[in-house]
Design a binder for this molecule. Sequence first.
Ligand SMILES: [Zn+2]
Length: 178
Amino acid sequence: MSPDDPPQLPFAPLEAPAPFSVEVVRSPKRRKTVQARLEGETLRLMIPARLSQAEERRWVEEMTERFRRTVQSQAVDLDLRAASLARRHDLPTPASIRWVDNQQHRWGSCTPSIGAIRLSRRLAAYPPWVVDYVIVHELAHLVETNHSPAFHALEARYPRAERAIGFLLAKGWGEEQG
Ligand SMILES: [Zn+2]
């Protein structure tokens, strides 16, 4: 391993801190629901007045995480990334690629018939070279729909594929989850 190699497992924390501060407002009028709104650089959290400190902490953590992912994913130009990765690795360019919030257990999915790729927004918190791997994985599905040896040869065109798979496994994603 040369000094230029990226660090091996275990990884240092890679998630950037939230790009906003959090303000909690306890409202006696709220009974059950928690509402969160990003106003400029402040995430305003409206919670029922009766919530315990522990519950408040849990909501602050959850909402901070959720909004951080949204802000980070909005900063990524997926079309541009996919087009450049497709060019570099001689793979098809997708007709569409977008973040989705309803894929909690798959890092991404692909509908080859219409050239559509969807990525779980959870990935937005990961380093760019991991997101790039997942994009290449889904681009390869535009050619090979299943995880055949031919498919793996395509995805191996991305030089950090193996390292990215290791990263995703460490985060709890299986190798065949997309
Ligand atoms: Zn796959």
